[in-house]
Write a protein that binds this ligand. Structure first.
Ligand code: PLP
Length: 550
């Protein structure tokens, strides 16, 4: 009896101890799930699983034109419009379209981007009708010329590289060849500009040390690796929807066959995420891509995911600044390394980058793209204690990072040319009232679109813009082809992004605005925004039915 009693007491105390041990763990787990964004982007494992299940299918001719339930007359209007577009591209870009078709056989990247310009259901039927060109030959100011001699305003921004205008980069690249030409491709030892660049970039970032790499992805990898090394913690926190390159640990959802195990994807601009940072002891660093301020918790808006009109974007500088301050505070409190990933936005918002623009200091900053002066680059800046790759007291415990081409003389010389330019008065003038200028251009264009009765709008974060659609439609992605027809050169993500260089004059911009309006008018007249009034939810249901009821 006594023995049974003591056994019961023992088992009760074990359960109590277990519960006491598990309770904080369970609480942290719960906190973590509450800090996930409700969308699939916030649930990367689920998103990956669903991506693996989704069956591929193609909307054949009739289903294509009537995907929203349009009647025969409207379908015929759209068919005629497609024939006109098809003829336009056949006549205007014969050489470029031929090269593009051929290159798709050899260039895996073009094969991929070519397919993913529009939602997959429409890809193949569209590919038979429209053959655009991906081959270009020269730039002049904001204008890009294709291999058939057609001229377009470039709003692709070369993935964000083009901040100062193409002429500036051409000059930087020429200067680089002159300056480093005598040295050639010698690596390992440094051209003297490397020291100058390191000093100046550290000064701009307000941090101690710098390392040079070959791409933004590499810079992010190295920043995270160092944060892990110095904190002795494993997990990195990124925010829902944010892009940080294509390295495994920063890409937990579809697109990466090997899901990372040590990445927490949390809700952007949410106190619940701050709670996670406060309560978890295993977090080495927080990665912030400030571009997310334009579309918090959503991935970069590409047209391949434009199945309806629910794309949203709006930028609230004050709210995002408050958020960054809160993050800074928690990271300091918990000794978590705060990394600003400025690969995209560095030098675009302000000469001092996002840190200067938002008035918040990070522990580490990554740069890339434009800082290479037209050549490929990635840069990590950080406090000396975080940048050090060794421990004097444990000499075998190092944090290794190399890269054959790091500090390449041409890249470094072009970076110097870029940094020199950044200090010139005419470059500084580009930043004067920058935001005001671009916000004004955005709201003027929106007024125009509204007064013309067109269901398209634009949203911006300074010179980074996106198109939004007012009327639920299954065909918004067609807009990219009208924009191209009217002389605007977008990147493969289509109407999800327009990236302007800072040197766009009022007259350049006025021409862009005219072209946007003309493209939207033609698209509207061609019937892609007419037809049965469906809600976004009804469109999604329709797509779902198509997928599973074939
Ligand atoms: C914020 C951010 N980080 C990292 C990267 C990756 O840079 P890269 O394409 O040079 O590897 C990008 C690229 O778009 C980016 O926008």
């Amino acid at each position: 009896m006594e023995q049974t009693l003591s056994l019961t007491v023992l088992s009760l105390s074990i359960s109590a101890a277990l519960a006491a041990w598990l309770a904080p763990k369970a609480r942290r787990r719960l906190m973590l799930s509450r800090a996930k964004h409700r969308s699939l982007t916030g649930h990367s494992k689920m998103a990956k699983r669903i991506a693996g299940w989704l069956p591929g299918y193609r909307l054949q001719e009739d289903a294509f034109y009537g995907a929203d339930g349009a009647d025969d007359t409207l379908q015929a209007t759209r068919r005629e419009a497609m024939d006109r577009l098809s003829k336009h591209f056949r006549q205007r870009v014969p050489h470029g379209a031929h090269l593009t078709q051929e290159a798709k056989q050899f260039l895996a990247d073009l094969d991929f981007t070519g397919r993913y310009r529009v939602p997959f259901q429409f890809t193949e039927t569209l590919a038979q009708a429209i053959h655009t060109s991906s081959f270009i030959s020269r730039t002049s100011g904001a204008v890009i010329e294709d291999v058939d001699g057609n001229r377009y305003f470039d709003v692709s921004g070369s993935y964000g590289v083009n901040v100062l205008g193409y002429e500036a980069y051409k000059a930087c690249m020429e200067e680089a060849v002159l300056r480093a030409g005598e040295l050639g491709p010698v690596l390992g030892a440094y051209h003297p500009v490397v020291l100058e660049n390191a000093r100046r970039v550290a000064d701009i970032a307000g941090l101690d040390q710098v390392s040079f790499h070959m791409s933004g992805t590499e810079a992010v990898m190295q920043a995270v690796r160092l944060a892990r090394y110095h904190t002795g913690r494993r997990h990195l926190v990124r925010f829902c929807g944010a892009y940080h390159g294509w390295w495994e640990d920063v890409q937990p959802g579809p697109g990466n066959p090997l899901p990372p195990r040590e990445t927490y994807t949390l809700q952007d601009m949410s106190d619940r995420s701050l709670d996670v940072l406060r309560s978890h002891r295993n977090i080495a660093c927080v990665l912030v891509n400030p571009l997310q301020a334009l579309h918090p918790n959503s991935a970069a808006p590409g047209d391949s995911s434009l199945v309806d009109s629910s794309r949203k974007a709006s930028y609230d500088r004050a709210a995002y600044t408050r958020w960054l301050h809160k993050l800074r505070e928690v990271c300091t409190e918990r000794s978590i390394v705060l990394i600003f990933d400025e690969v995209f936005l560095g030098f675009r918002l302000a000469p001092g980058g996002a840190q200067a623009y938002f008035g918040v200091k990070a522990d580490m900053v990554t740069y890339g793209k434009t800082l290479g002066g037209g050549f490929p680059v990635g840069v990590v800046c950080g406090k000396a204690n975080l940048m050090r790759r060794y421990r004097p007291e444990r000499p075998a415990d190092i944090c290794f990072a190399r890269g054959t081409f790091n500090s390449h003389p041409y890249v470094m010389a072009a970076m110097k040319a870029f940094l020199d330019r950044l200090d010139e008065p005419q470059t500084r003038a580009l930043y004067d009232r920058l935001e005001e200028r671009w916000n004004g251009r955005c709201s003027d264009l929106n007024h125009r679109l509204q007064s013309e009765g067109l269901p398209v709008r634009v949203a911006n974060m300074s010179t980074v813009w996106t198109f939004l659609y007012e009327r639920p439609s299954r065909f918004n992605w067609m807009f990219q082809f009208y924009l191209r027809k009217h002389g605007l050169w977008l990147s493969w993500v289509g109407s999800g992004r327009m990236i302007f260089s800072l040197d766009y004059s009022d007259s350049d911009f006025a021409q862009v605005a005219d072209r946007v309006v003309a493209a939207a008018q033609e698209m509207q007249a061609d019937g892609w925004w007419s037809g049965p009034a469906l809600s976004n939810r009804e469109i999604k249901r329709r797509v779902f039915r198509e997928m599973f009821n074939r």
